[in-house]
Design a binder for this molecule. Structure first.
Ligand code: BTN
Length: 264
């Protein structure tokens, strides 16, 4: 398998600052762990840590994230001067950027599953984990970890306890990872700069609303503390999921969700 070509990536990259610094590893424990380790140092806002493979890739809720060669496993270090309550929006706009990149470059139909999964035909193709350190209501470190099953073979996904797929499986051919990442980062930078402006945030949320699951469905949700059943009807402006339970409205934040099941 061809290694990630930094020169080709830089040729494709049209961003102002996201991805201008790229730290590359052949093998690492987790790009998120490395990003969190170095975020304190003098690293530029928008630095990317990318690895061909991870030995301890992490998903949400202390799940393992399988990271064989061929995927895109990377983390973005951000230094935003925003209220920590906006972090959920960054997770969502990362999902939107992954979904639109898959649609635009590969012409595959994609959905976002609130809050952090990207699905093709109900099979997970990418996941996002946002990790931060907050002190006195200020974000000290923010790391967005993104895992995209690009050129992953079917055998590599066997044994997983979730329904997963890859772009290669769906397309029948390999994807240019350098072009894909450059395209994604441009989208991400654009949405990320727009989210600070209220009217633009509404525009981004409306794009997400069009492709997000489970809005419009009856669902069962398990949080750390309770199991709920209700009807998911919208996204709130802070990225929480609005559900109706016996005529009462609850706003669920993504932080403590264990699973969401759609009821038939
Ligand atoms: C999830 O769906 O649970 C989130 C998966 C996030 C995986 C990525 S791969 C790059 C980065 N490094 C990690 O250890 N995790 C994230």
């Amino acid at each position: 398998m061809k290694n990630f070509d930094i020169y080709e990536f830089k040729k494709n990259l049209k961003t102002k600052y996201i991805g201008k610094e790229l730290i590359y590893f052949n093998k690492i424990d987790s790009t998120n762990d490395e990003a969190l380790r170095i975020a304190k140092e003098k690293v530029a806002n928008g630095t990317i840590i990318l690895a061909e493979t991870q030995t301890s890739g992490r998903g949400r809720g202390s799940k393992k994230w399988l990271s064989p060669y061929g995927g895109l496993w990377f983390s973005i270090i951000l230094k935003p001067k925003i209220n920590p309550s906006k972090i959920s929006i960054i997770t969502l706009l990362s999902g939107l950027s992954v979904a639109e990149t898959i649609k635009e470059i590969l012409n595959l139909d994609v959905k976002i599953k609130w809050p952090n999964d990207v699905l093709i035909n109900n099979y997970k193709v990418a996941g996002i984990i946002c990790e931060s350190e907050i002190l006195k209501n200020k974000i000290k470190k923010l790391v967005i970890g993104i895992g995209i099953n690009l050129n992953i073979d079917k055998e590599d996904l066997e044994g997983l306890d979730i329904r997963a797929t890859s772009c290669k499986i769906r397309l029948g051919n390999e994807v240019n990872r350098e072009e894909f990442l450059a395209h994604f980062l441009q989208k991400f930078e654009n949405y990320y700069s727009k989210m600070m402006v209220f009217s633009e945030l509404e525009y981004i949320l409306n794009k997400i609303r069009k492709i997000i699951i489970p809005i419009g469905s009856n669902i069962e949700i398990k949080t750390e503390s309770e199991k709920l059943s209700g009807y998911a009807f919208d996204l709130a402006n802070d990225g929480s999921l609005l559900i109706r339970i016996n005529n009462q409205i609850r706003a669920l934040t993504s932080s403590n969700i264990e699973y969401i099941r759609i009821k038939k």
